[in-house]
Design a protein around this ligand. Structure first.
Ligand code: FAD
Length: 355
């Protein structure tokens, strides 16, 4: 079994940190302050918060790596920073390796570690920032693969009752950049539970997923038509480094809008007016449109409102030019939505969670 030495963690003191600046805890670099912040390293840590006379009744914001968040204000209540660690192989089946990781592990480290252990299957999701625990929240996806394609189950703690539960893929109700953890209202679990561990299913034998334009280009450039998992990992990292701004250098939250899905009629209608529309036919007959193309077509690339701007190399990414506030990012996002709606009749839906 591939046990990680980090799994046998020593007990760490549970404490409440007061007035914690969050600028360095979100990749957009937006200013906000947590009145109270508690680092969560186990299910028991969550229950300590719920049983606490002051914190127990306050609203709770679960925070991973802060790479899919727009902070527009100081979060009300207490911030729970997820730092549950550990990685291990839980089962070796003829058809798959089942791997369990703590929710606080960095997602990219998990991808690299599984590859190092000889359990490939996550390479298309390399270099996505954030934690393993947040990966199911929006069913992260890239280069033709989504988390749901490699998901086995997860453990979470109910933020009201303190009960630990295990959920399978069906209960998570995954969709495109969506899951039960992003939905509020009846049946939704947004803000209601904290994921502590995620189990991944890495299929055997390994099959490369190469049906994505950028990867097809890499195959053509290198002449390698049957790359191994390590090569796919390296290609994905190289493509991402070229296309996306590094949050260490320029604050951002990756793609700011989901790619809208429209009916074939809507798609034909837009193509009649804009023949260059970038679109992808879906198996169910609908059509996915490239949100970045729609934004670019409205002339937004490189434009800014205050210190928030549209990245000049990829219109789908909004960036912090330095010192932006969450309000500026939201104002820019709304202006983009209005012009895309005005020209194409399509409502763009933000991908990050706005607090
Ligand atoms: C440069 C860049 C590139 C990106 N590329 C991609 C990409 O290719 N594909 C993609 O899908 N995403 C991408 N993202 C978005 C982001 O990396 C992912 O959504 C990631 O999974 C967020 O992880 P996080 O730990 O930072 O979550 P956070 O931003 O901390 O939280 C996001 C949401 O999840 C909730 N949450 C976090 N952890 C938990 C938990 N343990 N339990 C319950 N709820 C939790 C939070 O409350 C919040 O609502 C990119 C972001 C950046 C900055």
């Amino acid at each position: 079994m591939g046990q990680n030495p980090g799994m046998s963690s020593l007990p760490v003191e549970w404490r409440i940190e007061r007035s914690v600046g969050l600028r360095d805890l979100n990749t957009f670099g937006l200013p906000a302050t947590a009145k109270a912040l508690v680092r969560i390293r186990s299910d028991a840590d969550v229950r300590r918060v719920l049983d606490h006379p002051e914190l127990g009744r306050l609203p709770k914001l679960v925070l991973g790596g802060g790479s899919n968040l727009v902070l527009t204000r100081d979060p009300p209540g207490v911030v729970l920073r997820v730092e549950v660690m550990g990685r291990r192989l839980v089962e070796e089946r003829p058809d798959a390796w089942i791997v369990e990781v703590g929710a606080g592990e960095r997602w990219h480290d998990v991808v690299a570690w599984t590859l190092d252990q000889g359990w490939p299957g996550l390479e298309n999701l390399a270099l996505i920032p954030g934690t393993a625990g947040a990966a199911p929240v929006q069913n992260i996806g890239a280069y033709g693969l989504e988390l749901m394609d490699r998901f086995e189950s997860l453990d979470a703690v109910d933020l009201v009752t303190g009960r630990s539960v295990t959920l399978d893929a069906r209960a998570c109700a995954f969709g495109y950049r969506d899951s039960v953890f992003k939905r509020s209202g009846f049946g939704g679990l947004a803000g209601k539970s904290l994921i502590t561990r995620v189990r991944l299913r890495l299929p055997r034998p390994w099959q490369p997923m190469l049906g994505y334009l950028d990867l097809e280009r890499k195959m053509a450039e290198t002449g390698q038509s049957a790359p191994n998992a390590r090569t796919v990992f390296d290609w994905v990292c190289a493509i991402r480094r070229e296309k996306l701004p590094d949050p260490q250098a320029i604050g951002n939250a990756g793609s700011f809008f989901k790619n809208p899905v429209v009916t074939p009629e809507q798609c034909r209608d837009i193509i009649a007016r804009d023949p260059h529309l970038v679109h992808y036919p879906m198996p169910d007959g609908s059509c996915k449109l490239a949100a970045g193309w729609l934004i670019d077509a409205c002339g937004w690339k490189g434009k800014s409102i205050g210190r928030a701007a549209v990245y000049e190399r990829q219109a789908l990414v909004l960036v912090n030019r330095g010192g932006a506030t969450g309000a500026e990012v939201v104002t820019l996002a709304r202006a983009i939505q209005a012009s895309v709606y005005g020209r194409f009749g399509i409502r763009l839906e933000p991908e990050p969670v706005v607090v």
